[in-house]
Ligand binder design. Structure first.
Ligand SMILES: C[S@@+](CC[C@H](N)C(=O)[O-])C[C@H]1O[C@@H](n2cnc3c(N)ncnc32)[C@H](O)[C@@H]1O
Length: 341
């Protein structure tokens, strides 16, 4: 069936190529136009509206949500344009190669591959980050979390030595470094692909002079790599894996089939990795320093109880904060200041 549709589209392409090239020329300007013109003279073109035919239905059948948004992202990506510059499809055309690419991407989306992996980059706050399969895709709630941290530290004048546990693509650290020039971030990350991707993102964004990432798996009594054994941080941040084992069957296919389970699996109560971060903070957070974590929605009260009962005199629960959906998601914890004699 897919082959048949593609065949029909190619046939239509040959018929409409001349017309649609002229239409496009009238409707666009600048770099996009010259790129498109170049491609149009090299190969036949097809109207994007025609290329789209059938895909909304296929995507709907595959269970993909917000189909208009998905298709617009894919069209914009294939045409090499920014999402918000595509207002409608009327004057847009694909070359034959672009059509093939578009169809491949739509098929991948029907197989529920996340858009972020198909496109290979995604915006996070003010930054565009490269994405890569098996590396955790930064989420919109994390933008809220990072904004909160930035807001709290914006007025701090001196240098801030920050540690991020599990940096994935680097989203959290890099957004903070971008906003706050007095912060220096050290990150640890258990995934090799994520370690390399975060390093690459830091370089692409010109933030690599203040970002260092270590490929290291935090474990009991082996919290940081040996080089950092004596380091003490002013601020520790993290978005540790917090999905409870029982919640896995509820996750979307995009997550279960394509994302790295090490980035998600928080064990029976979702706090398996967070507990390691608590222990790490006891050793590597300076007295009076803060730890900010993004967690699951029923975690903040549980974390407060854990602090009160198991970390008394070492870590103190300061507050839990809600995300835009009114879910209690973010926790602020303080390392108890050193006692004076
Ligand atoms: C939920 S993802 C968050 C990634 C990134 N901070 C973000 O918000 O986009 C958790 C990350 O922690 C890493 N991770 C999980 N367990 C870890 C461990 N024990 N030591 C170091 N990193 C770990 C995972 O590989 C993953 O990249």
């Amino acid at each position: 069936m897919l082959k048949l549709v593609a065949q029909q589209l190619r046939q239509q392409m040959r018929q409409v190529s001349r017309v649609s090239t002229i239409n496009y020329t009238k409707a666009t300007s600048g770099t996009d136009l010259s790129r498109q013109q170049q491609q149009s003279t090299q190969s036949p073109t097809i109207e994007v509206n025609k290329a789209l035919e059938g895909w909304p239905e296929k995507l709907r059948k595959a269970g993909v949500g917000d189909i208009d948004f998905n298709l617009k992202c894919l069209v914009a990506h294939v045409l090499g344009r920014k999402f918000n510059t595509v207002k409608g499809y009327n004057d847009l055309v694909f070359t034959e190669n672009q059509l093939e690419e578009f169809e491949r991407f739509c098929e991948a989306r029907c197989a529920r591959m996340p858009l972020q992996y198909i496109i290979g980059e995604w915006d996070f706050m003010d930054l565009t980050l490269k994405t890569s399969p098996s590396v955790f895709i930064p989420r919109p709630e994390t933008e809220e979390f990072v904004s909160k941290v930035i807001e709290v530290y914006r007025d701090v004048k001196g240098p801030i030595n920050m540690l991020e546990v599990g940096c994935g693509s680097g989203a959290m650290s890099l957004a903070i470094l971008h906003a706050l020039p007095n912060v220096r971030s050290t990150a640890i990350e258990r995934g090799k692909a994520a370690t390399e991707l975060s390093r690459e993102n830091a370089k692409l964004l010109g933030l690599d002079d203040r970002f260092t990432v270590y490929h290291h798996t935090m474990e009991v009594d082996n919290y940081l790599p040996p080089e950092l054994g004596n380091e003490v941080y002013d601020l520790i941040i993290g978005n540790p894996p917090y999905v409870k084992s029982e919640e896995f069957p509820l996750l979307q296919p995009e997550v279960v089939c394509y994302e790295n389970l090490n980035a998600l699996d928080g064990g029976p109560d979702g706090l398996r990795v967070a507990r390691l971060v608590f222990n790490l903070a006891c050793e590597h957070l300076r007295p009076g320093g803060k730890m900010w974590l993004e967690l699951g929605e029923d975690h903040p009260p549980l974390v407060q109880t854990i602090m009160d009962t198991q970390y008394e005199g070492r870590l103190r629960f300061i507050a839990g904060y809600k995300d835009q959906y009114k879910r209690n998601r973010f926790v602020e914890i303080e390392k108890e200041p050193a006692k004076t004699a």
